[in-house]
Design a protein around this ligand. Structure first.
Ligand code: 6GU
Length: 228
């Protein structure tokens, strides 16, 4: 899978993809992540990428031309399944979307900055618009890193234990159960007996019960979604 990220602040995205699981995924050739500076596609002496909003008001707007050139430089080379725009007024991102996108071959992620991009780019190039939650960030870069991370970890081979991703929170609209490791008794804080029993069926049943209890208590909205 290939992910191309378009941004006016490429520095913000250097670190997330160069460590740990995401770096190993790239080293193994499972994913190919490229960060592009939109300013490299700007023309003129000042390499301008943003301008004042028509109609007035505070904040700058990302110009059509440099973004369009950046997109075209990529779409000329290969077909893209999605051109995603990161914006607080996009559709709220969920595990369901992460699952869907992990099956795609090539995607472009455009990071909004300032007041966002000229609306005409959204109408003519963007195929989905994503928000990561109901709060506002200074730009789409950190949100893009989150989306890319959630997709990449689902690509087969990225997480060593194939089944691990299937037992994540949200994968079946349930929160994950509690986990424990050695020592079995830490200053009198004990691990639940069932986990030490070796009875696989009983352990599975306990985990499911804990998942449901946690979800009811902390995220009842997730259980409503199952009924919908
Ligand atoms: Cl994608 N961008 C910005 N700037 N703020 C956000 C967001 C995205 N998602 C939630 N808040």
């Amino acid at each position: 899978m290939r992910i191309d990220i378009l941004t006016v602040l490429p520095e913000l995205l250097e670190s997330p993809f160069n460590h740990s699981i995401l770096k190993r995924a790239a080293d193994k050739g499972l994913v190919d992540i490229h960060v592009h500076n939109i300013r490299n596609f700007a023309t003129g002496k000042h390499k301008q990428v943003d301008d004042y909003a028509f109609g007035g008001g505070a904040g700058m707007v990302m110009m059509i031309e440099p973004v369009e050139k950046a997109i075209q430089s990529l779409t000329r080379q290969r077909n893209y399944d999605e051109i995603i725009y990161m914006t607080p007024d996009g559709k709220r991102y969920t595990q369901r979307e992460a699952n869907r996108m992990s099956l795609l071959n090539n995607i472009i992620i455009l990071c909004g900055h300032y007041k966002g991009v000229d609306q005409r780019l959204r109408e003519h190039y963007i195929t989905s618009e994503i928000s990561i939650g109901d709060y506002v960030l200074t730009g789409g870069e950190l949100a893009a890193a989150i989306v890319a991370d959630s997709i990449v970890r689902l690509v087969p081979g990225v997480i060593s234990d194939e089944t691990s991703a299937l037992t994540d929170s949200f994968q079946d609209n349930l929160l994950a159960p509690p986990v424990y490791t050695r020592p079995a008794d830490y200053k009198g804080w004990k691990v639940p007996d069932v986990l030490l029993s070796g009875n696989f069926k009983a352990i599975e049943a306990w985990r499911m019960e804990q998942s449901i209890e946690r979800t009811k208590r902390l995220r009842p909205d997730l259980l409503d979604e199952i009924k919908d």
